[in-house]
Structure formats: C-alpha cells, structure tokens
Design a protein around this ligand. Sequence first.
Ligand SMILES: NC(=O)c1ccc[n+]([C@@H]2O[C@H](COP(=O)([O-])OP(=O)(O)OC[C@H]3O[C@@H](n4cnc5c(N)ncnc54)[C@H](OP(=O)(O)O)[C@@H]3O)[C@@H](O)[C@H]2O)c1
Length: 231
Amino acid sequence: MNIIITGGSSGIGLETAKVLSENKEINIIVTGRNETALKKVSDYSPYHNIIPLITDFTTLASNSESILKFVRKYFDKIDILINNAGYLYARKFDETDEKEARLMMEINFFVPAMLIRLFLPLFHRGSHIVNISSMGGYQGSQKFPGLSYYSASKAAIACLTECLATELIDREIYVNCIAPGSVQTEMFDRAFPGQKANLSAEEMGKFLAWFAINGHRYFNGKIIPVAMVSP
Ligand SMILES: NC(=O)c1ccc[n+]([C@@H]2O[C@H](COP(=O)([O-])OP(=O)(O)OC[C@H]3O[C@@H](n4cnc5c(N)ncnc54)[C@H](OP(=O)(O)O)[C@@H]3O)[C@@H](O)[C@H]2O)c1
C-alpha cells in the first residue's frame, strides 16, 4: 500500500507516519521543510518504509512537476493521500496582516487542492483522500478569537471535500475530512502557549492511521469532528 502524508515532520503527521510504518506492507512518502526532522522520521521506521520528501509548499505551483516525478519514482499508484500540512498564525482579525492571511489560505486550502489535482492520475478505485480541517472550520462549533482566517481556510478544505467526493465517485475515489479539536503539537503550543490540549499527537496519530486505511468503507464526503469537548 502506498501512502503520502504531507506535513509529517512533526505533530499529528509524524505520529500517523510512525503508526503506519509498523506495517511492512505499507510505503509512506512523508513531506516537510525540516530536513533534519524528516531524516529522523525515516530513521524511525523499522522496515525503512518512510521516504522523506523535502519541499516547501509555498513554491508548489512552480515545482509541482518535480514533486510528481519524485512520487512516480517510488509509487506507480497512490492508495492514500493525507493532506495534513497546515499553517496557523493566531491574531485577531483586524490585526492579521494580508500576507499571513493569504499564507493560511495557501497552505491550508490551495496546496491540498493542488496536490489532489496533481495526483489524480495516480489514484485508482478504492483510493482514499483524507483532508485535515479543524473544529474551527466545522459549522456550528464555538469559534475562538484569533483564528478567523485559519478557521475560514479550514472550512474551505472541508467544503472542497464534500464537492470532490461527488465529482470523484464515478472513479470510486473516496474523499473525507477530519476536523480535530485541540491536539498537543508544536502548532498548538505556539498558538496557545501553556495550554493543555484534549488529545496527544500520539492519540490523534493512532486514530488517523486507522481512519486513513479503513474510513472509506464507512464514510465518503464526510467532515468528521474528532474532539473530546464541543468547542
Ligand atoms: N494541533 C491541533 O490542535 C490541531 C487542531 C485542528 C487541526 N489541526 C491541523 O492538523 C494538521 C497538523 O498540525 P499539527 O498540529 O500536527 O502541527 P505541526 O506539528 O506544526 O505540523 C505541521 C506540519 O505542516 C508542515 N508545514 C507547515 N508549513 C509548511 C510549508 N510551507 N511547506 C511544507 N510543509 C509545511 C510542517 O512541516 P515543516 O515545518 O517541516 O515544514 C509540519 O510537518 C494541520 O493541518 C493543522 O491545521 C491541528
């Protein structure tokens, strides 16, 4: 089985990669910018089945062909894509500068959308695309100050999930979206210093690894909140 996890150098993506790599039948391409961290992730895998791809997604539009080439070198098909890489810059709405606002929309919405398009030729009947949103992007949850652009970008990827599940159903490519509540990761610690999240990255990684492999048998086009409280 061939899996791509974006943003696997830390947090949820890293823990998901670790769980999946315990199965020697699985090969995983893990992306990130941090070369040292990615090297550590690939060294972790007992079966040497984690392949690091160092890339900065702010330049995806200009280097998508080289990413596709890299993926094709290892994978002739993709069974699972976990669009996990994300960016959060917590600031009140009127204090968020335009550059940061656009970067959140780029990394949290346009990049996952572009990757899905890029990899379409490699998906097949039964492939599963898992987009990572957030409870902030989930309709009806309590919103927190400072996360307006972030939450809006996460709502965009959640909505795209529903739309794509419809468009790709004829090809039996399944698309779901996980909306986590708070998870103790570097991103969470940076945004909310000193606060305790409801789930550890390890717990979330275990769930996400299970969901990526099994979720498409139960869900398609769904936005699934994974939260211990109801923020
Ligand atoms: N933690 C939470 O409470 C929480 C709650 C809801 C949703 N989420 C979502 O869960 C996902 C994982 O977040 P996390 O909490 O695990 O945070 P994290 O530890 O900060 O991980 C974020 C990942 O995204 C990658 N990334 C960020 N910007 C990138 C860029 N420009 N190019 C390439 N890769 C980039 C980072 O890799 P490099 O630094 O190596 O580039 C890193 O691997 C995100 O989509 C986040 O929005 C998190």
